[in-house]
Design a protein around this ligand. Structure first.
Ligand code: NAD
Length: 381
């Protein structure tokens, strides 16, 4: 047992040492300072990557005490409290189920799994084990997104009538992007709809509620890509570059979810608009500190969209590195906020949202969208 005043150590086992792993590590390092979580000490215990060389490089780069080319030793290690899954999507379910069976708390990156069936198995395993099961839908941790939720819940928009969201990037439009697991449905669970769409489906559920049914169109613009190991050969892409889905929410609200990684000129264009009977909200991640709010309750001679700039008076705003209004919250802040919630949940053995239930519901929505695109019919989620 630790002394009462001693810091609670949370020993992290990270599976994957790539791009998003670095942002997670920055999060663990920043949170005690930025969020005043000084009773918790994240410990960078062990990192796993695909080979001994990659794992060793990851340990050096990210500052882990040890490394392994075999994630199974990590998931069962006595030196790990929290398994952080930042590996390619096709590994998420196997790692998470093994970690849950060893009683480890888990943070899993999106999309949760390569199929909703696998996501459901992860959820069941976490429920059986009673471990923390956090999903990495970080965009809902942005102050402006949480402020939007607050305004909707307070009734500032009146009855919600309609919802639109997009997540557009453009790296997929480059035909020279080589063939990787991201272009294989059974490994990635889908293309843009799983990779980017899972974030905005989460935001849709967070703000408006569960999806009831979907009617979607999907297309693949580049159907073959060169293999990394042999550019004279190519792999067949069987995932979407573009998806657009009309949706009905359980609440009776209609809407649209659109996503693409081939929208030339768009970088991280994640936006949403909520229209109610008495007001509207608009958010765009290109201006992450701003929330546009229009109230039909304002006097007629001054109605118009106002820009609310995020600051310490907004959710998580006091944890900006410089806590002044407009001083900025971006991608890393959303992850810091997520990791703050995860560490809190681990040390207090409490539940946190979004969790594996949410991840599974999002995975099911992705699958319903794909089914609808194939059948050209409305599909229940
Ligand atoms: N929340 C976000 O906005 C966000 C952003 C980027 C990626 N992601 C998600 O994070 C996951 C990883 O994406 P990334 O961009 O970091 O990919 P990446 O390719 O940069 O990194 C993946 C890492 O996993 C390693 N890996 C491969 N096989 C492994 C194995 N058997 N055991 C351990 N490690 C293995 C790779 O070598 C690599 O280091 C994906 O599921 C992706 O969807 C989320």
């Amino acid at each position: 047992m630790e002394e009462e005043n001693e810091k609670r150590r949370v020993r992290i086992g990270m599976v994957g040492g790539g791009a998003i792993a670095r942002a997670h590590v920055v999060g663990y390092r920043s949170v005690p300072l930025l969020h005043g979580l000084d009773s918790v000490e994240p410990v960078f215990s062990v990192v796993a990557d695909a080979t001994e060389e990659l794992a060793s490089q990851a340990a050096t780069k990210l500052g882990f005490q040890s490394h392994t080319p075999n994630w199974r030793t990590l998931a069962s290690s006595q030196d790990v409290d929290l398994v952080d899954i930042v590996a390619p999507t096709f590994l998420h379910s196997e790692v998470a189920i093994d970690a849950a069976e060893h009683g480890k708390d888990i943070l899993c990156e999106k999309p949760m799994a390569a199929s909703s069936g696998d996501a459901r198995k992860m959820y069941d395993a976490a429920m059986r084990a009673g471990v923390v099961n956090a999903m990495g839908f970080n965009y809902r941790r942005l102050p402006a997104v949480l402020q939007a939720k607050k305004l909707i819940d307070e009734g500032a928009l009146g009855k919600i009538l309609q919802f639109r969201t997009s997540f557009m990037e453009d790296w997929g439009a480059n035909p020279e992007m080589p063939f990787t697991w991201r272009y294989v449905s059974k490994l990635a669970g889908g293309g843009a709809v799983a990779d980017l769409g899972s974030h905005v489906i989460d935001i849709a559920r967070f703000l408006i509620g569960d999806l009831k049914s979907v009617c979607a169109a999907q297309d693949t613009f580049i159907r073959e890509r060169e293999l990394v190991e042999d550019p004279s050969k190519s792999g067949k892409v069987d995932v979407d570059d573009y998806t657009c889905a009309l949706v009905w929410f359980e609440s009776g609200v209609p809407g649209r979810i659109e996503t693409s990684w081939s929208s030339v000129g768009r970088k991280v264009f994640l936006d949403f608009e909520v229209n109610g009977a008495e007001g509207s909200l608009y958010f765009n991640f290109e201006r992450p500190n701003e929330l546009q709010f229009y109230s039909a309750r304002d006097p007629k001679d001054r109605q118009g969209h106002r820009t609310i700039i995020m600051g310490p008076q907004h959710p998580y705003g006091a944890s900006f590195s410089f806590p002044a209004t407009g001083s900025g919250a971006g991608f890393q802040d959303s992850l810091n906020n997520e990791i703050y919630e995860v560490l809190n949940a681990v040390v207090s053995s409490s539940k946190m949202k979004p969790d594996f239930y949410d991840g599974w519901k999002v995975a099911r929505a992705v699958e319903a969208i794909q089914e609808s695109s194939r059948s050209q019919k409305w599909v229940d989620v």
